[in-house]
Design a protein around this ligand. Structure first.
Ligand code: EPZ
Length: 416
């Protein structure tokens, strides 16, 4: 198991190329199961989760190769199952449920089980599929679904769910009739998936709004597209510039996907300019403490909450952070406190009193975004930090130590 060793206190300066988004690539890869043949995706990041999805597809009979582009051939799919051993390492595996039911009208997918950041049930996915005529059984930890034919339905999600919206949108592509998804997720990754499904011949309207309409068609045909830039990776580097008092130019971004993040960081004293796919960020004055609440897109993303807290740990006052999406997404707090942060937790609310400085310490990553906040804290801290269990980080950040050392960070990956 690797760890990162970081000597903090260096203002970062230079350019960072933003990678493709994990949370866009994974649903695109699952969508390949709806149309037999070869699909081609550009700008796919080299990440552990991408390899896990490749393994899952290979288990079903779909071959893939990932060089400059990721090619997936679903001509010989023979196994309609997502096994526990793969699903437990990556919850997004549940995204194969909709495509398998759409294309083969049956599927056996392991329930994802609990997660560090919350219970994260998939009841809303299953409820919607049942409304579309799928018989759903839970057997031995697996969702077993089958249907003679999926039919269109009017579905209202009790709560906004990103992968729930994506799963049902994919299931509805080949259903009989029209499916309307109300209170649907508006994330850019949902829009990118709808664009690809339409490119394959689907009829989807309204993606990006809270009401999506899918008119079923007979079949889809493989196609190709590029994965959108990773707005969460970009947000993380914006904070890296702010927390170290440096100046970065981020390349290959979609600033329109980062409005809430950029606005909140400007409120916190960062200077941020965007132009085309470039974002320039720096900080001159003291970090300002501001309050923040997480919301579904276009609100402030929960996947940036931990990183934002690391910045607020060095704020000039008190910041109140409310986590509205997940019930247990403050695992990074105790580790940031080991670096000297002053945070009081009360349920889903964190009260962060800014301190003058953080100090390097040995800390442990607990989930993907928590590990990113520890890297940010360590970059700003006096002295040396050692971050263990960075396999969490490798799930969602491509070549992070290379990108950071290229802009001046003293960071090293050490085999333990
Ligand atoms: C997606 O997860 C992302 N993952 C998450 O990113 C992200 O944090 C989350 O959306 C919210 O933005 C991928 O896209 C692969 P949800 P998802 O369903 O779809 C509750 C990262 O760091 N809920 O939108 O699983 C749920 O418990 C990851 O990259 C139900 O109760 O999240 C949560 O409280 C972490 N029943 C809320 O809804 C359901 O059936 C939102 O979850 C579904 C969800």
């Amino acid at each position: 198991m690797d760890k990162l060793v970081i000597e903090g206190g260096v203002p970062l300066n230079g350019e960072v190329q933003i990678s493709g988004a994990k949370n866009c690539a994974l649903p695109l890869m699952a969508a390949t199961l709806i149309a037999n043949g070869t699909h081609s995706f550009g700008n796919v990041p080299h990440l552990r989760d991408i390899r896990t999805m490749q393994h899952l597809l290979a288990h079903m009979g779909a071959s893939s190769g990932h060089h400059h582009v990721l090619q997936i051939d679903t001509s010989d799919v023979h196994t309609l199952e997502a096994p526990y051993d793969l699903v437990r390492t990556m919850r997004a595996s549940v995204l194969v449920l909709g495509p398998l039911l759409a294309r083969y009208r049956r599927a056996r997918v392991s329930l994802p089980g609990g997660c560090a950041i919350g219970a994260r049930p998939i009841n809303l996915h299953l409820k919607a599929l049942a409304q579309m005529g799928v018989d759903i059984d839970l057997e031995h930890g697996y969702v077993v679904g089958h249907a003679r034919k999926l039919r269109g339905a009017s579905i209202t999600f009790d709560q906004v769910t990103v992968t729930g919206t994506e799963n049902i949108m994919m299931a509805a592509c080949l259903a009989d009739g029209v499916t309307v998804l109300k209170n649907s997720a508006r994330e850019p990754e949902v829009v990118a998936l709808a664009d690809y499904l339409n490119r394959m011949g689907a009829r989807i309207e309204g993606a990006g709004t809270d009401e999506i309409t899918v008119t079923g068609v007979c079949e889809l045909t493989p196609s190709s597209c590029d994965v959108i830039p990773d707005r969460i990776e970009a947000g993380t580097y914006l904070v890296a510039a702010g927390i170290t008092g440096g100046a970065l130019k981020l390349k290959g971004c979609r600033p329109d996907h980062l409005q809430a993040v950029m606005q909140k960081l400007r409120d916190a004293g960062l200077s941020i300019e965007s132009n085309g796919d470039l974002i320039e960020v720096c900080r001159r004055g003291r970090i300002r403490s501001v309050n923040m609440e997480t919301y579904p897109f276009p609100g402030f993303p929960t996947d940036m909450q931990a990183q934002f807290m690391a910045l607020m740990a060095l704020g000039n006052g008190t910041s109140i952070i409310k986590e509205r999406i997940f019930e247990n997404r403050f695992m990074h707090v105790l580790e940031l406190e080991r670096m000297g942060a002053d945070v009081n937790l009360d349920g889903r609310t964190a009260v962060v009193r800014g301190v003058k400085k953080l100090s390097g310490a040995p800390v442990m990553a607990t989930d993907l975004r928590a590990s990113a906040s520890l890297v940010l804290g360590a970059l700003a801290a006096d002295g040396i930090s050692e971050i263990a269990r960075i396999y969490h980080l490798d799930r969602g950040y491509e070549a992070i130590e290379k990108k950071l050392s290229a802009v001046g960070a003293r960071i090293e990956r050490v085999k333990q």
